[in-house]
Ligand binder design. Structure first.
Ligand code: AHG
Length: 335
């Protein structure tokens, strides 16, 4: 029987490649792995919510029942607070970032950005959801509390990024800038086990993924590209849960588009919590991620914590093809 490699073993093994590593980043990644298992447990129990009590009500044990995305947020933050490996957390669920004012928190080198439960509107209908995270090295002085500038760094400064997909199986994928590896949770062992090594996004043109219901609200060049995909008999796959849609594209190849539209001129997805970490993972797997102005997602300078960005992400050949369409059809551009 082939020996399995657990997430913890893998992280520790990779740490050996950096002789001066203090183990803080490894510790942080391992803590995220544990927090993911806690969120996973609750996501799996979500179908029982009618038995256990509805959101806002009191359940049988006397606790108030929380919305699952709030629950995931609180669990992640509590867990990371106690881990002492990061100095602050910015979450899609919270207006402001959280400082970890303990001695360990002030000394810690890293800050975490997280979307605790992306696609949470899908939970009621039993569709896969995910957690997305990114880790930055802080730029403020160690020994003091972290500051806003620690979080407002472009994605090209991320030292690690990853996601956990709570799907038919639970998978965690992460990168520290040296390729992407995936780990599947074995429920019988309670361990994430290495299942996808050095992932590479296939270069094919089988799938496109966009909310085509907003078609009439998109810019001309976007509509032209969607027409072209449809006319080329490509398969449209849209789950409406970014982690699931991008995970599929990483495995099978394809493009995911969440563009600006009349109703959402900046798009919907958040630069810090969704676009940047996913862009780092996809680039590390050989893919590409840009915005509607054809700028690399990872080079955008964030101005605020909850800034949104249009995103076009996936197999390099498809994103390149999209760029050609924009150059050709954008009003006012030569072509
Ligand atoms: P939410 O967490 O509110 O369910 O949003 C999910 C995000 C993302 O995961 C997904 O790709 C996108 O929003 C779907 O938005 P539309 O419903 O507008 O297509």
């Amino acid at each position: 029987m082939e020996r399995i490699t657990t997430l913890d073993e893998f992280i520790l093994d990779k740490q050996k490649d950096f002789p001066f590593a203090t183990g803080e980043l490894s510790g942080l990644l391992r803590d995220i792995g544990v927090a993911a298992k806690i969120v996973n447990r609750e996501v799996n129990r979500a179908g029982l919510v009618n038995i256990l009590g509805l959101e806002g009500s009191t359940n049988k044990t006397g606790d108030e029942v929380q919305k699952l995305d709030i629950f995931a947020n609180n669990k992640l933050i509590d867990y990371m607070k106690n881990s002492g490996e990061c100095s602050g957390i910015a979450s899609e669920e919270l207006e402001d970032f959280v400082k970890l004012p303990t001695k360990e928190g002030k000394e810690a080198k890293y800050v975490l950005v997280v979307d605790p439960l992306d696609g949470s509107s899908n939970i009621d209908v039993n569709v896969s959801v995910g957690t997305i995270f990114g880790i930055y090295r802080r730029v403020s002085d160690h020994g003091k509390e972290c500051e806003l500038k620690d979080f407002l760094q472009p994605g090209n400064k991320l030292v690690a990024a990853g996601f956990i997909l709570y799907g038919t199986s639970t998978i965690m994928m992460y990168t520290t800038g040296n390729g992407v590896n995936g780990f599947t949770l074995d429920p019988s062992l309670g361990e994430f086990c290495l299942s996808h090594q050095s992932l590479k996004i296939p270069e094919n043109d089988k799938y496109y993924s966009v909310n085509q219901g907003y078609y009439l609200q998109f810019d001309l060049e976007m509509r032209r590209y969607i027409d072209y995909c449809s006319d080329s008999r490509r398969s449209l796959r849209y789950i409406g849960s970014m982690v699931s849609d991008i995970h599929r594209n990483i495995i099978k190849g394809g493009i995911f588009l969440y563009p600006n539209s009349r109703n959402n001129p900046q798009g919907k997805l958040r630069l810090l919590y969704e676009c940047n970490p996913m862009a780092m993972i996809v680039e590390q797997a050989g893919g590409k991620a840009i915005n509607s102005n054809l700028e690399r997602i990872l080079d955008i300078e964030p101005k605020s914590l909850h800034q949104r960005s249009p995103i076009i992400i996936g197999s390099t050949n498809m994103v390149d093809e999209f760029e050609e369409f924009v150059k050709k059809y954008r009003p006012g551009k030569e072509g």
